[in-house]
Design a protein around this ligand. Structure first.
Ligand code: NOJ
Length: 577
């Protein structure tokens, strides 16, 4: 704060930036194998230029057995052949830079693939010099059969135990995700040094930073204690022992020192952090501490879970406001947050919090975009979100490819759940909803590939596609473009103080952003019915200047179905409102 109480504007470039996430497998295929590739991304960059985004985050493109679509890396310093090679990568990077954008790599270092050379060596036996690079533990003594005696009771994020038995050495290794994703042991300094060296190698090649996959899980309590049994009684919850574990801040500070210090300020670091608390987030992103620039947290996309993520419950708008509002307040003075509805792990937002039917899809997609992009933080757009892409109509479990969904299905059905019910959950919440190919045009396979796509395109690509959206000034795409332009030109969007209004209203989302003599008010209707503007919104706002809306305003005192408005007032420094 400056002496007069106004916020000192710091010049961190990423505060006014918008990030666009590309899931390379599903973006654009140039060689007809049905899987997207780097050349496809390079060929489609002008779509992103048109939108106005500043940064591209590329989901993993490294060599990988693809057990978890590339989040299982077998070589950190090369490119998966089905995506291209290092020369194709360099061409993409140069093309991104030529267009004034930046490129951020996905850094997946909580675990490697079990086919990574490090793990192969580690697996050679207890005397391997790399044995300690992973979490190997003997079977529990108190249980009869070794194969049933996991060292602790933790379950994996992908169903089943977090341990895999290795018959050759009679020991288990830890994998918080699939058995093909063994966890690295960050307690070992050689592991950390190898990771830092690899990161410097990519920065030297010219990349502009990293999105760090589940980075707050890398510090584990080395005793690996049991956790309390979870609802289904099968496994214990180990998360208190690995979410923001004992050395996490030390590790990130060390990484910052070893990798980022002294590098140009063009870099961006974002820590993907499931289960991170606001208190930890503030520590992670306090610039004075030198850890990461921003966190990517999950609280607001977990509000509509029942027993687990595949057990959908309706969203209560008041809960969404409570959560997002608390994060806005908590990081107001120190720290920075990412803003997102979608990524490659989330169902499509218009099908989730909006209405993906014919009548309201466009409006509700624009409403959701408006609300998100006017918060304080750095917005992330996931490929196809700017078209209002929807969830996919998976007819049966055979249509599903994602390891998380398939493992959940197998476990739930084995436990006696009704397969149709389980499938209903996967349809609503499965990650494959985000992974159907990008819809470029109305042609067969949506212009994504000339071959057979690895995951079928959504049949609605005949109407929902980039070509149609770019040609229609009223499309979801142009609305996103306008929101990005607004962030680039209106300092109140970047820096303004956030105040939540109407916290108890289940239908309307309302807040202000105040900066200097400018205040923006955002009003949004989260329902398909008209809602009168309540008395909680001061009357002087009703005739304020409309900055951007998603429908031509009909009645200033009523918000139409899914309507969203951004209005602006200028005032004297010392008045309120
Ligand atoms: C988070 C990633 O976003 C997700 O796709 C992946 O399955 C897990 N981390 C494991 O890497």
């Amino acid at each position: 704060m400056a002496l007069d109480g106004s916020r000192v504007e710091d010049d961190a470039w990423w505060k006014s930036a918008v990030v666009y996430q590309i899931y390379p497998r599903s973006f654009a295929d140039t060689d007809g194998d049905g899987i997207g590739d780097l050349a496809g991304i390079t060929a489609r960059l002008d779509h992103l230029v048109g939108l106005g985004v500043d940064v591209i985050w590329l989901s993993p493109v490294y060599p990988s057995p693809q057990d978890d679509n590339g989040y299982d890396i077998s070589d950190y310093r090369d490119i998966e052949p089905m995506f291209g090679d290092l020369a194709a990568f360099d061409r993409l990077l140069a093309a991104v830079h030529d267009r004034g954008m930046r490129l951020v790599m996905d850094l997946v270092v909580n675990h490697t693939s079990d086919e990574h050379a490090w793990f192969r060596e580690s697996r050679e036996g207890p005397n391997s010099p790399k044995r300690d690079w992973y979490w190997w533990r003997p079977a529990r003594k108190d249980v009869g059969r070794e194969e049933a005696a996991t060292p602790n009771n933790w379950g994996s994020f992908f169903s089943g135990p977090a341990w895999e038995f290795d018959a050759a050495s009679g020991e288990y290794y830890l994998h918080l995700f699939s058995p093909k994703q063994p966890d690295l042991n960050w307690e070992n300094p050689e592991v950390r040094q190898a990771v830092h060296a690899m990161m410097r190698w990519w920065l030297d090649r010219g990349v502009d930073g990293f999105r760090m996959d589940v980075i707050n899980l890398v510090s584990k309590d080395p005793d690996l204690p049991d956790g309390p049994l979870l609802g289904d009684g099968l496994y214990g919850d180990g998360s208190p022992h690995y979410i923001c574990g004992p050395r996490i801040h030390e590790y990130l500070r060390e990484m910052h020192r070893e990798v980022f210090a002294g590098r140009p300020e063009r870099l961006l670091t974002v820590g993907e952090m499931p289960g991170v608390t606001l208190e930890h987030a503030r520590l992670f992103t306090d610039p004075a501490r030198g850890e990461v620039d921003m966190v990517f947290q999950f609280e607001h996309v977990g509000l509509d879970f029942g027993r687990h993520r595949f057990d959908p419950r309706p969203l209560r708008l008041t809960a969404l406001k409570e959560s997002l509002g608390r994060w806005q307040a908590g990081l107001a003075e120190v720290g920075w947050n990412s803003l997102y509805w979608n990524n490659h792990d989330q169902p499509r937002i218009v099908s989730r919090f909006g209405d993906d039917g014919l009548e309201h899809r466009v409006r509700s997609a624009k409403m959701l975009a408006t609300v998100l992009h006017l918060h304080r933080g750095t917005p992330y757009i996931y490929q196809g979100e700017e078209l209002g892409m929807t969830n996919a109509p998976f007819a049966s479990v055979e249509d599903i490819r994602d390891i998380e969904a398939l493992s959940h299905y197998a476990q739930a059905v084995r436990a006696g759940e009704d397969p149709d019910e389980v499938l209903r959950g996967l349809r609503a919440r499965g990650r494959d909803n985000a992974r159907t190919p990008m819809q470029w045009d109305a042609s067969e396979h949506a212009g994504f590939t000339t071959g057979t796509p690895w995951l079928p395109v959504n049949p609605n690509h005949t109407t929902i596609n980039a070509e149609a959206a770019v040609g229609d000034p009223d499309s979801v795409y142009h609305h996103y473009r306008r929101l990005i332009a607004l962030r680039h030109t209106e300092p109140a969007v970047v820096h303004g103080d956030f105040a939540m209004l109407l916290p108890d209203d289940e239908r309307l989302y309302a807040f202000t952003r105040r900066h200097g003599d400018t205040t923006l008010l955002v009003l949004a209707n989260f329902t398909g019915e008209a809602v009168p503007v309540p008395a909680g919104i001061p009357a002087e706002w009703l005739d304020a200047d409309l900055v951007l809306g998603n429908v031509a305003p009909v009645d200033p005192e009523v918000l139409g179905p899914w309507e969203a408005r951004i209005v602006r007032r200028h005032h004297d420094h010392h008045t309120t409102g």
